[in-house]
Write a protein that binds this ligand. Structure first.
Ligand code: IPM
Ligand code: MN
Length: 346
């Protein structure tokens, strides 16, 4: 458990309590937590976001549960490239799975959202998030900044394949997010591999769509989408759109998966550290709770995971909603409501 910064500790604290309640109801779930105090406060004290051997410390765990990273006293690219991004890469968590669903009791900002159940599969280890590049002539009028996107055949193929497999298990439609009209080298490469891999999945109805138009389509007709796969940056942007149309950024979870299981996977809410409301006890813990549900599912305890998601849905639909969902509930009230739903009346 890495609670991290801002509202991270508040929401992860909730997630742990919910996980423990789920374990109480299910003898097949046994949990043991170890907490690491890494983050921006740690940085101000030690000059780094986590110890040098942080990954070696984490590698022995079954899963990593993370709150949020980032605080105004540390530049975001320093904090993120010092903690979250090295874990995603170092542990080859190449699939970033981001489900968005209109939970019972949540209202969408869309007037007619229809059945909204979309999973974004985001590439999570390469693409636009690369540290290949640099700055020259700093501080002069000739200053240059270059950051190369890195798309590898292996990297694109494996995430696209994961998305086809997932679409096959869901409603059988897959959209590849591209931007090959403007980005004329890497994106056509992505498209090519998307089509190639598609040849192996005749049962999946697949198409490519430019990400700008796709973002608009998701807002206009979310019910038309099932699984969407995209590069690191496009997947990041689109998953925030799918989260928003499903009610609130505070609900959506994010699973950073190392599908071959060589390394631990990481589970977190999609939202950030929200410095503006940190420490006030009003953060929406739903994203962290849903992430906890995905964590159990990943560890082979799907039933217990589903029970957590059901309890969250039941609590919200019974009227316990935080402010971002149009209610007045505090983090604690929301937590208690979810745990009550989980444990049942007694
Ligand atoms: C996310 C976040 C991160 C990302 C940031 C904080 C680096 O936005 O998990 O979506 O872009 O991956
Ligand atoms: Mn993001």
């Amino acid at each position: 458990m890495i609670a991290g910064d801002g509202i991270g500790p508040e929401v992860v604290g909730v997630g742990i309590r919910v996980l423990e309640a789920a374990a109480e109801m299910d003898a097949s779930v046994e949990l043991e937590f170890t907490e690491f105090p890494w983050g921006c406060e740690y940085y101000l004290e030690h000059g780094r976001m986590m110890p040098d051997d942080g990954l070696e410390t984490l590698v022995g765990f079954d899963a990593i549960y993370l709150g949020a990273v980032g605080w105004p006293t540390v530049p975001d690219h320093v904090s993120l490239w010092g903690l979250l991004l090295p874990i995603r890469r170092g542990f080859d968590q190449y699939v970033n799975l981001r489900p968005a669903r209109l939970l019972r009791g949540v209202s969408s900002p869309l007037s007619e959202p229809g059945a909204l159940d979309i999973t974004v599969v985001r590439e999570n280890t390469e693409g636009e998030y690369s540290d290949a590049g640099g700055r020259m002539y700093q501080g002069t009028p000739d200053e240059v900044a270059i950051q190369e996107s890195v798309f590898t055949r292996r990297g694109v193929e494996r995430v696209v394949r994961y998305a086809y497999e997932l679409a096959g298990k869901r409603r059988g439609t897959l959209v590849g997010a591209t931007k090959s009209n403007g980005i004329s080298i890497t994106m056509p490469f992505f498209d090519e591999i998307f089509r190639e891999v598609g040849g192996e999945y005749p049962g999946v109805e697949a198409s490519l769509m430019h990400a700008d138009a796709l973002a608009a389509r998701i807002v206009l007709n979310p019910q038309n989408f099932d699984v969407i796969v995209g590069s690191n940056l496009l997947g990041d942007l689109l998953s925030e759109v799918t989260a928003a149309v499903s009610g609130a950024i505070g609900i959506a979870p994010s699973a950073n998966l190392n599908p071959d299981g060589r390394f631990p996977s990481l589970f977190e809410p999609i939202h950030g550290s929200a410095p503006d409301i940190a420490g006030q006890g009003i953060a929406n813990p739903s994203g962290a709770i849903w992430a906890a549900s995905l964590l159990l599912e990943h560890l082979g305890r799907a039933e217990a995971g589903l029970r957590i998601l059901d309890a969250l849905e039941a609590a919200i639909s019974a009227g316990t909603r935080t402010r971002d969902l149009g209610g007045t509930a505090t983090t604690e009230e929301m937590t208690e409501a979810v745990i009550r739903e989980l444990l049942g009346p007694n």
